[in-house]
Design a binder for this molecule. Structure first.
Ligand SMILES: Nc1ncnc2c1ncn2[C@@H]1O[C@H](COP(=O)(O)OP(=O)(O)OP(=O)(O)O)[C@@H](O)[C@H]1O
Ligand SMILES: [Mg+2]
Length: 512
């Protein structure tokens, strides 16, 4: 059977996009101030800037999600108006977000087809399927098309988000930290593909990234935002990483990690023979044995979707355990609020805005969660606003959380600043056991240095740290012992001191 061509073939031509004097105020707070940036047709342009610099705000203005306070968009040399996302789409602009936009209960194929504007009322699936197969054929990576998207791992979902934009024929693509959820190999594949499409003149790309490696390896031009202003930019070939860093943070100095102290720690966390079902309900998570001692960082490496997040849920009491035992300091542990308080256990789950915050409540209230009903070792029965404001003000200062005020809803903070606020709360006070997942996700490079230094300092002070991370560099830098998680179990263990990256990688990929 011959397949008739669809209207939404791969983009035919890259387009140039320009902002002129873009300004965005939220109340009295200026998130963007007079930003003029030109992205040439066919270029792979990166937008750099610290957490809270205004990167997401700028691209949301470009995509019609925000109505800028003032400023103009120019597409292909013509002034245009994109009052809403639909209008931006009609101009050929598309975006892949930090969060996922796919419908979890539908398959990848269904998600792609229904995302089209021209989707017919009666879909001829046979024809669509053949067209999709032909489209996928041209793509450098495959995604399972017939499984509900909710069952896909984060990496697969992100690939699908990008595929969707290409499928819709967008010719100017904004990528907001697209590789955060991918392995280094997947990231290279994805960015290599984008690079290929820009070089051939099919696509213009504006990417937000905190990773210099990605910039130097794939991009041709950068623009830098600092405190809402456009402070510089240029061709990647003319700039060193140090130049870019200096434009981002000015004269500020980087925090250096503390030296690793030698400890002879006692077991704090012990997990034995624990099994539970995974998120899809189809597989079993089985942790035969896992121990973390005081003054030790145990790193769990693994590709996203291999049971790491279920392990975090098991330890934080959010996922029922079928068998086995979890002990903290020798006593059975069920992560109840009183146990967590008595044993000084702290958590930092992934996606903190969803899993560790009340999004609509203020920054101050979110920071106060651990303390609102307890003070100086005694329960409290009323909310002490003064104490809350004082604690929040101190921690916001110490952790440099950028927020318009302490009363701002935490959901209005930039991604990196939500992360900082939650870290501030969880690191405050005495911590004997710290359970963290991807602590530096979405943080700018100076914040990464700062947070890693804090984790190391906690370890040196005797905290037992379980660090689950998809960032292998982070695991290697921080851990005393490294475990690899694959297919719901721990499949490999090595002391970090003489760890073999090749061996770790093989086990991560499931080849033991
Ligand atoms: N809806 C909003 N209401 C109030 N303030 C906001 C809103 N959206 C963004 N801001 C503020 O604007 C500033 C810029 O935020 P933005 O999300 O653009 O930063 P970013 O550069 O994308 O940072 P990150 O790297 O952390 O993602 C932040 O200080 C943020 O708190
Ligand atoms: Mg952002």
């Amino acid at each position: 059977m011959r397949v008739p061509p669809l209207q939404h073939e791969t983009p035919s031509r890259a387009i140039s996009v320009e902002t002129i004097g873009m300004t965005m105020r939220f109340g009295s707070f200026t998130a963007l101030n007079d930003v003029s940036i030109k992205i040439d047709a066919g270029s792979f342009h990166v937008l750099l800037g610290e957490n809270g610099a205004g990167k997401s705000t700028l691209v949301k203005c470009m995509m019609g999600f925000y109505r800028p306070t003032s400023g103009q968009m120019v597409v292909e040399g013509r002034e245009v108006d994109a009052p809403d996302p639909r209008a931006a789409h009609d101009l050929g602009l598309g975006m892949v977000y930090q969060h996922f936009t796919l419908v979890p209960s539908l398959t990848a194929a269904e998600n792609l087809v229904i995302s089209r504007n021209d989707v017919p009322t009666r879909i001829r699936w046979e024809r669509e399927r053949a067209a999709l197969a032909a489209f996928m054929e041209k793509m450098p990576f495959a995604v399972p098309l017939d499984v509900p998207v909710g069952r896909l791992a984060a990496g697969e979902k992100q690939k699908l988000e990008l595929l969707k934009q290409l499928y819709l024929g967008r010719r100017f693509l904004i990528l907001d930290e697209p590789t955060s959820v991918l392995t280094p190999a997947e990231a290279d594949e994805l960015l290599g593909m984008v690079r290929g499409l820009t070089t051939s003149g099919d696509l213009t790309c504006l990417m937000i990234s905190h990773k210099f490696r990605e910039v130097t390896a794939f991009a041709d031009e950068i623009s830098v935002l600092r405190r809402g202003e456009h402070v510089g930019g240029g061709k990647v070939t003319d700039l060193s990483t140090a130049d870019m860093a200096a434009m981002m943070i000015g004269e500020k100095e980087l925090v250096r990690p503390a030296a690793r102290l030698v400890h002879n720690g006692q077991p704090v966390l012990t997990v034995s023979g624990v099994t539970a079902s995974d998120r899809s309900g189809l597989k079993t998570i089985a942790i035969d044995e896992l121990q973390v001692k005081s003054g030790e960082i145990v790193g769990i490496a693994g590709i996203s979707g291999n049971g790491q997040m279920e392990l975090m849920e098991i330890l934080s009491g959010q996922r029922p355990v079928s068998e086995g035992a979890i002990e903290v300091c020798g006593a059975p542990f069920h992560a109840t609020r009183s146990q967590v308080r008595a044993l000084n256990v702290r958590f930092l789950p992934e996606e903190p805005l969803r899993n560790a915050c009340a999004a609509k409540m203020s920054v101050a209230e979110n920071i106060f969660f651990r303390d609102f009903d307890f003070a100086e070792g005694k329960p409290k029965f009323w909310l002490d606003n003064r104490r809350m404001a004082a604690l929040a003000a101190r921690l916001v200062g110490e952790y440099k959380v950028k927020t318009a005020s302490l009363d701002t809803p935490i959901a209005a903070l930039s991604g990196g600043n939500v992360q900082r606020a939650v870290l501030a709360r969880e690191f405050n006070g005495k911590v004997d056991l710290l359970l963290i997942a991807n602590p530096c996700f979405g943080l700018d490079f100076s914040a990464v240095a700062e947070i890693r230094a804090r984790i190391m300092a906690a370890r040196n002070a005797g905290t037992a740290v379980l660090l689950i991370s998809e960032d292998l560099d982070e695991i290697l830098e921080l851990s005393d012992r490294i475990l690899v998680m694959s297919d719901g179990g721990i499949v490999y263990e090595t002391p970090a001191a003489n760890a073999d990256i090749g061996d770790i990688g093989k086990h991560m990929a499931g080849h033991h």
